[in-house]
Design a protein around this ligand. Structure first.
Ligand SMILES: Nc1ncnc2c1ncn2[C@@H]1O[C@H](COP(=O)(O)OP(=O)(O)OP(=O)(O)O)[C@@H](O)[C@H]1O
Ligand SMILES: [Mg+2]
Length: 199
């Protein structure tokens, strides 16, 4: 199964989600993360610490995939991709995940993009990320607005937690971070992983 993380907007959590989706999938079977962003956030994450799956950039993906057959491939993409690019990315994978942070200023652009990429053949779903527990209404409103476009929104929401920043700084998955909300952070990705793999 090939899972691609992509968005028109930068900084919405593609790399953070790619790392944790790969960590979940690795608990099921062999998993490779391909970092195709020139900034190489995922490669850097893995070099800072230790991840339970290999991370390679796109220049090394062919070799990595020749040497091992991976059941799951997670593909992280650059910060800004136009609607046509997103459509092509969705077509090239089994499931494209578009993280979106609930904040009203960005909603119109997101809805426009979702309507455009729905014209393509690829399967995709929107993942609400950085959901603040004290502002649940923001996520509900965004969920409803996305549902009106007909696009899929994953039931699981990823909470806004500093544990994710710590995980990045330490180069580990969030379950290895010493933080009182680390377990909560990981539970969200376990729930998302189940949603993804159950179809
Ligand atoms: N659920 C979350 N809770 C708290 N912080 C988060 C969460 N998700 C992402 N972040 C933080 O937001 C910032 C951007 O995240 P990330 O690098 O994953 O986004 P991105 O979409 O890959 O960015 P880019 O477009 O630059 O590649 C990072 O500092 C990351 O730690
Ligand atoms: Mg990134």
């Amino acid at each position: 199964m090939i899972v691609t993380l992509a968005s028109v907007k930068g900084g919405v959590g593609k790399s953070t989600c790619a790392i944790h989706i790969a960590a979940y999938l690795r608990s099921l079977s062999s998993t490779l993360l391909i970092d195709s962003d020139r900034i190489r956030s995922c490669v850097a994450w893995s070099k800072r610490g230790k991840l339970p799956f290999p991370v390679v950039d796109e220049n090394h993906q062919a070799k990595a995939m020749r040497d091992t057959r991976y059941e799951y491939v997670v593909f992280d993409t650059p910060g800004s991709i136009d609607d046509q690019g997103l459509m092509e990315l969705a077509d090239g994978c089994d499931l494209m995940i578009v993280p979106a942070v609930p904040e009203s200023s960005a909603t119109d652009g997101l809805l426009y993009t979702l309507r455009r990429i729905q014209r393509g053949k690829g399967e995709f779903g929107v993942l609400l990320n950085r959901v603040r527990h004290n502002r649940p209404q923001e996520a509900t409103e965004l969920r409803e607005a996305i549902a009106e476009t007909g696009a899929r929104v994953f039931t699981t929401e990823i909470p806004d937690l500093v544990a994710f920043d710590k995980a990045s700084a330490q180069g580990v998955p969030v379950y290895d971070v010493d933080d009182r909300r680390a377990a909560r952070a990981w539970e969200a990705f376990e729930a998302l992983g189940k949603e993804i793999t159950n179809g």
